[in-house]
Ligand binder design. Structure first.
Ligand SMILES: CC(C)(COP(=O)(O)OP(=O)(O)OC[C@H]1O[C@@H](n2cnc3c(N)ncnc32)[C@H](O)[C@@H]1OP(=O)(O)O)[C@@H](O)C(=O)NCCC(=O)NCCS
Length: 227
């Protein structure tokens, strides 16, 4: 990860299953270079309004260069998380993403972006992604998020206010607002309406379920010698 030797909870091995308010289960993991098709398909599921809110400009397509930028990240200065719906028979579906990009001249600050495809909005996913993003940012020494939004972007504003209730949005012209929000320490972050099963035991059980590893009888432990 970007030549950084530290170990992170949110690394390539991170996987978590979260449940949305309607009961659907989604998998969260880091975005990889091979996710270009998944990301493109998700972009195509976004309404023009959601695209406008995300890019603050009309956007009808993603170029090859943009796709590379969005998927080939170093995981430290540019970190990206994806939410995936696994289907039994059809291909995985990308339904949301969250990323931050560290500011070059202020390394403790990053610009975040969270996007959820329209059919999955208002089910808690945006808040879950933002909470995980804050945790990943914190472990990479990011302490502030600096963001610019359309003033009318109520969903984003509420999502941000839930995370950082004292946040102030200042008008920045052309119907936009900007905010600098201090990131709450992860253990103080309000619990998002998901549930955490991305623990080592969950990973092992999920590998067993996917028959990725075989289960062998555990070797009998030799009797403990007397003291
Ligand atoms: C912003 C966005 C990520 C929120 O995702 P989401 O999954 O709908 O978010 P949640 O379900 O967690 O809802 C977050 C809060 O916003 C509120 N909300 C969500 N959609 C809303 C809407 N259309 N109008 C008003 N409030 C809304 C929710 O009620 C919730 O508020 P609460 O915590 O007070 O209950 C999503 O709307 C989106 O992708 N928009 C387009 C891209 C964008 O604007 N990204 C942000 C800028 S980079």
């Amino acid at each position: 990860m970007g030549g950084d030797e530290r170990s992170y909870r949110y690394d390539e091995s991170y996987e978590e299953v979260v449940r949305l308010s309607d009961g659907q289960r989604l998998h969260l993991r880091l975005i990889r270079p091979e996710d270009k098709a998944l990301l493109l398909a998700a972009f195509e599921q976004l309404s023009p309004d959601s695209r406008y809110a995300r890019f603050m400009a009309p956007k009808t397509k993603l170029t090859e260069q943009e796709l590379r930028y969005l998927t080939e990240v170093d995981g430290v200065d540019h970190f990206a998380l994806g939410a995936i719906r696994r289907h039994l028979v059809s291909k995985d579906e990308g339904v949301g993403s969250a990323r931050f990009v560290r500011l070059q001249d202020r390394p403790d600050t990053a610009e975040p972006a969270v996007t959820v495809v329209d059919s999955y909005q208002r089910k808690g996913l945006g808040s879950i992604l933002l909470q995980r993003l804050v945790e990943a940012a914190w472990e990479r020494d990011v302490r502030w998020f600096a963001t610019e939004l359309l003033a009318e972007n109520t969903a984003s504003r509420r999502m941000i206010e839930s995370l950082s209730p004292e946040v102030k949005f200042r008008p920045s012209g052309d119907g936009a607002v900007i905010a600098m929000l201090p990131l709450p320490e992860p253990d103080q972050t309000p619990t998002a309406p998901g549930f955490l099963v991305g623990t080592p035991i969950y990973r092992m059980l999920s590998q067993i379920a996917q028959a990725a590893i075989s289960v062998r009888p555990r070797a009998t432990r030799p009797p403990k010698p007397p003291d």
